[in-house]
Design a protein around this ligand. Structure first.
Ligand code: F6R
Length: 252
């Protein structure tokens, strides 16, 4: 596992953007897995800056987002499609047809299951994800793979835990409005990506980061499954790294 402890939010954004850019240069049609949430926003800002100022070219880039709330239309204020458009896609030269976010508008359970199978197939048909960007929940979730998720799981519908709904309530006007279900890539889908970069900031994530990096591989901390990945890089700020026993080693 590779661990980078950055001294500032800007350094985190630059280190993560370097990994994304390197992958983009390695492939004619790079396939990126993307995350929403607060943590990757500085990374997306840095990618937009590189696009504007250095000509970083997204025209052949294909993206697949990790997850989407069930019951959320693409123009809904808290939909992940809208988040991605506003935070990244509207500011770079990606072909909108090449950006995929799970469809949160499907109401019927069987239709959701068919959609999830199709999402996996699209990823496989394109040759798999080259680099997957991840955040981490305070409970160790990646995507919306909550504790207890199968480490081999693929894209499917998941019930959000009370903790995740509380954590995400800051984006909604009340806890009641936070959706109860989401479509999410599985842990198996994430492990299939050729490279993974997980970003974490703040004290609220330090226990989850320590469990992911130094705890046992267990569905109790879904992010610990990344210990099985050959090319997983954690980019952390000092607070998120603060419970790591090996924190000094990672700095050397
Ligand atoms: C978002 C996602 C989630 C978030 C996690 C951290 O697409 O899959 O796993 O990465 O909940 O969210 P923030 O960054 O808001 O703390």
């Amino acid at each position: 596992m590779f661990v980078i402890v950055a001294r500032s939010e800007q350094e985190m954004a630059e280190r993560a953007a370097d990994l994304v850019e390197a992958e983009m240069q390695r492939h004619v049609s790079p396939v990126l897995g993307l995350a929403t949430g607060s943590t990757p926003i500085p990374l997306y800002e840095e990618l937009i800056r590189r696009h504007r100022e250095q000509g970083l070219d997204f025209s052949t880039c294909i993206t697949f987002n990790l997850d989407e709330y069930v019951g959320s239309a693409p123009d809904h204020a808290e939909s992940y499609r809208r988040f991605m458009n506003e935070q990244l896609f509207d500011h770079i030269n990606i072909n909108p047809k090449n950006s995929h976010v799970p469809d949160g508008t499907i109401a019927d359970l069987e239709a959701i299951e068919r959609f999830c199978e199709e999402y996996e197939k699209r990823i496989a048909d394109i040759g798999g994800i080259d680099l997957q960007v991840l955040g981490i929940g305070a409970n160790g979730h990646i995507g919306f793979n909550e504790p207890g998720s199968s480490l081999g799981s693929l894209t499917r519908i998941k019930t959000l835990t009370a903790k995740t709904r509380e954590d995400n309530a800051r984006f909604f006007s009340s806890l009641d409005e936070v959706p109860r279900y989401a479509i999410t890539m599985g842990i198996g889908t994430i492990l299939n990506a050729r490279k993974v970069v997980l970003l974490a900031t703040g004290k609220g994530k330090c226990a989850a980061v320590a469990a992911a990096l130094e705890g046992p591989v267990s569905s109790a901390c879904p992010a610990s499954a990344l210990q099985l990945h050959r090319y997983a890089t954690f980019v952390l700020d000092e607070d998120a790294a603060s419970q790591l026993t090996l924190e000094g080693y990672h700095r050397t």
